[in-house]
Design a protein around this ligand. Structure first.
Ligand code: G3P
Length: 218
């Protein structure tokens, strides 16, 4: 399973990259705003900065909600850097734009996916990635992981090449469950990645190894 980090924070992207396990980055307008990145030029430059840190796909989201606007914005985003993936909302014009970019060989990520039917449409339109938001489903008492399982089954039934990018991952158990279900990618905060490192028995075991070494070499 590929690990993407879901942030526009440069320090966190660098920290995840330094671990050597980062496969890409996802962003969205909310994450850009959280970092105080505003204005078209600054936003575009920020995407380029991110591409220069990570060796992998970087999702950059369009703001337009009409087909022509999405094509215009997505074309400009894709021209920024070969690692850019055009992120499109799961609406009718987003699906049309997804097909348009797929036909041109431009990578896409269909976002704000909350049902298996939406994921099926994204795959039919040739999306590179589909982003089911599992945490936001959990927030409304609906099993987000079940959606990942449903999409996995549907995509496997027909050998769709669209990769399942489990999004709105909130914590380490989401990461592990996504891996068990065969999600192709997960994107989450740095804490959901670094949290995987932790186990008290590792810390206790390491402390004992070091203490025993010290005793033996005193
Ligand atoms: O990748 C989608 C993500 O940014 C949404 O996450 O935690 O705001 O639901 P969250």
């Amino acid at each position: 399973m590929k690990f993407f980090i879901d942030t526009a924070n440069i320090d966190q992207i660098k920290e995840a990259e330094s671990l050597g396990i980062l496969d890409g980055v996802t962003t969205n307008p909310s994450l850009m705003a959280k970092e105080g990145i505003t204005g078209a030029d600054n936003i575009l430059q920020h995407y380029v900065d991110i591409c220069n840190i990570v060796d992998g796909d970087v999702s950059a989201e369009v703001i337009a909600t009409d087909f022509e606007g999405m094509v215009r914005e997505g074309t400009a985003l894709a021209a920024l850097h070969p690692q850019i993936v055009v992120k499109l909302p799961m609406i009718a014009d987003g699906i049309k734009a997804c097909k348009y970019f797929a036909d041109k060989g431009i990578k896409t990520n269909v976002t704000l996916v909350f049902s298996a039917g939406q994921a099926l449409l994204a795959a039919k339109a040739g999306a590179t990635y589909v982003s089911p938001f599992l945490g936001r489903l959990d927030d409304v008492s609906t099993d987000g992981l079940n959606l990942i399982a449903e999409i996995r089954q549907i995509y496997d039934n027909y050998d769709f090449e669209t990769q399942i990018l489990a999004a709105s991952v909130r914590h380490t158990m989401h990461v592990i469950d996504c891996a068990k279900l065969g999600s192709d990618v997960m994107t989450g905060p740095l804490s959901s990645i670094k949290g995987l490192l932790n186990h008290p028995l590792t810390d206790i075991g390491l402390a004992k190894f070091l203490a025993d070494y010290e005793k033996g070499n005193a």
